[in-house]
Design a protein around this ligand. Structure first.
Ligand SMILES: *[C@@H]1O[C@H](CO)[C@@H](O)[C@H](O)[C@H]1NC(C)=O
Ligand SMILES: *[C@@H]1O[C@H](CO)[C@@H](O)[C@H](O)[C@H]1NC(C)=O
Ligand SMILES: *[C@@H]1O[C@H](CO)[C@@H](O)[C@H](O)[C@H]1NC(C)=O
Ligand SMILES: *[C@@H]1O[C@H](CO)[C@@H](O)[C@H](O)[C@H]1NC(C)=O
Ligand SMILES: *[C@@H]1O[C@H](CO)[C@@H](O)[C@H](O)[C@H]1NC(C)=O
Length: 424
């Protein structure tokens, strides 16, 4: 693996204070480029930090991925939000070698929901506190009746930055998932994943299908609910996508991800080793031709009792790929119908919201495009948990239905979705 961090990486990290200063100066003079954070300096600074982290060479990201999930759960979140987590049964305990409970309800029934969280970070970054804060916040905002039955589990997968190439992560998920469904007979699993975690959710359904087809598994239980937050669906965009009119090009200056940095051909082997790219198990959007049949025979997508939620930011580079996936897997027509150069942050259901009701042979689907949103809202709505804690300290129960629609765009939509779909 060579040196722990490259010279380029050192210079990039040293450049961060300068980038932050430039962002501050711009904020007060010409304005920042990030449209959602024109009037939100914290948001703009956060985005600057993430842009730097995500433009590091994949193997350099080790230096910012040193904490373990155990440490983050117990020492970071468990301390900062002790007021909340001390009331969670089983908080921070292991389910098995690859998963930690965030909440493990006592006396649960196997049909009670398990919200299984897969964190994003390109498979090379560790879980960030912001991500967990947002997920815990969503759990706390569920209706009390739903919340009482719901357990929350965190997948603790190994990172590419430490040499664990894909599909290590799928295999680890598979081991835990088998324990959940076969050994422990759970039937109501809800995946929630952001970015690479969304990628894992999607790919795992294909993986289950392939094992069922080859008779390795008999009648596997498929996840019944999926929440995909800015899912990563295309590992290698086509060259034409780097031209005006495509989100990779148009949003390069607006988003947290600058795609050219982490999909250089040289970095692909760090991620996928020697696997073929154009496969549904590796990069669903790279597999050609796109075909609805690839998805319509997977119960998660095809069962009337299943529900799938997808959210993309209008100003994120992955927007095209996410909407393309939503079009061929979920019948959401947004990719073909809309161009998204919105000039305001106003929510317009016609272009920002697609709802397909549950029907025989088809899962219920909700797709949202967040006006001016950037990649991965979990990073920008993490103050939900602080807000909840402050309310609880005053003996008030948090109810996000009255919260600001712009500030908590994703949180509100996801909570509403989970509130309706978690219980059978
Ligand atoms: C699943 O459970 C079995 C025992 O029931 C255990 O040996 C195995 O390690 C578990 N898998 C993981 C990933 O921990
Ligand atoms: C998901 O991530 C893995 C590991 O980086 C990669 O091999 C795969 O192509 C990705 N799939 C998609 C759909 O992006
Ligand atoms: C949200 O995340 C930021 C870092 O991105 C952190 O500084 C802040 O403390 C978190 N906010 C709250 C209210 O938890
Ligand atoms: C909601 O928050 C946005 C920015 O986050 C702010 O511009 C707007 O005024 C707020 N709306 C209300 C109704 O408070
Ligand atoms: C959750 O669902 C219940 C029943 O459908 C509804 O009354 C309640 O308003 C919902 N709560 C939230 C936070 O969406």
């Amino acid at each position: 693996m060579g040196a722990f961090i490259s010279l380029r990486g050192i210079f990039q990290l040293l450049g961060l204070p300068v980038s932050l200063l430039v962002t501050i100066i711009k904020y007060y003079t010409v304005g920042v480029r990030f449209r959602k954070f024109k009037n939100n300096l914290w948001g703009a600074l956060k985005l600057t930090v993430y842009r730097t982290a995500l433009s590091l060479d994949m193997l350099d990201t080790k230096v910012i991925a040193l904490a373990t999930n155990n440490h983050i759960l117990k020492r970071v979140i468990g301390r900062k939000y002790n007021y909340i987590t001390r009331n969670f049964h089983g908080y921070g305990t292991k389910y098995d070698d690859h998963s930690y409970w965030i909440v493990k309800q006592p006396n649960r029934d196997p049909s009670d929901p398990i919200l299984y969280y897969f964190h994003g970070g390109g498979y090379f970054l560790q879980t960030a506190p912001e991500q967990l804060e947002s997920i815990i916040g969503m759990y706390k905002l569920l209706d009390p009746e739903v919340q009482r039955k719901t357990s929350v589990l965190l997948l603790d997968y190994k990172l590419v930055s430490f040499g664990h190439t894909f599909p290590t992560q799928i295999n680890q998920l598979h081991h835990s998932y088998q324990n959940l469904t076969v050994r422990d007979k759970n039937t109501n699993i809800a995946f929630i994943g952001d970015s690479a975690g969304g990628n894992l959710s999607i790919i795992y359904t294909q993986y289950l299908k392939s094992l069922e087809r080859s008779k390795v598994l008999k009648n596997p239980i498929y996840p019944r609910t999926m929440v995909l937050i800015s899912p990563w669906t295309n590992l290698k965009p086509e060259v034409k996508q780097f031209n005006p009119g495509y989100s990779y090009f148009d949003n390069d200056e607006y988003d947290m991800i600058r795609y050219r940095y982490f999909t250089t051909p040289a970095s692909l082997p760090n991620l996928i080793g020697t696997q073929p790219l154009r496969s549904l198990l590796v990069s669903p959007n790279s597999k050609l031709p796109h075909s609805a049949d690839d998805w319509s025979d997977i119960p998660t997508f095809a069962n009337e009792n299943s529900n799938i939620f997808v959210i993309a930011g209008e100003d994120e580079v992955f927007r095209d790929d996410i909407l393309k996936f939503a079009e061929y897997a979920l019948e959401c027509p947004f990719y073909s119908e809309n161009t998204y150069c919105g000039t305001s942050m106003d929510f317009n259901p016609r272009v920002h919201q697609y709802i397909r009701p549950n029907q025989p042979g088809k899962a219920g689907v909700e797709v949202y495009v967040e006006p001016w949103g950037v990649h991965d809202s979990l990073f920008f709505e993490n103050h939900s948990l602080a807000k909840i804690m402050a309310l609880e300290k005053k003996n008030k129960v948090a109810d996000c239905r009255s919260w600001n629609d712009t500030e908590f765009f994703a949180t509100k939509k996801i909570v509403k979705f989970l509130n309706r779909s978690l219980i059978q």
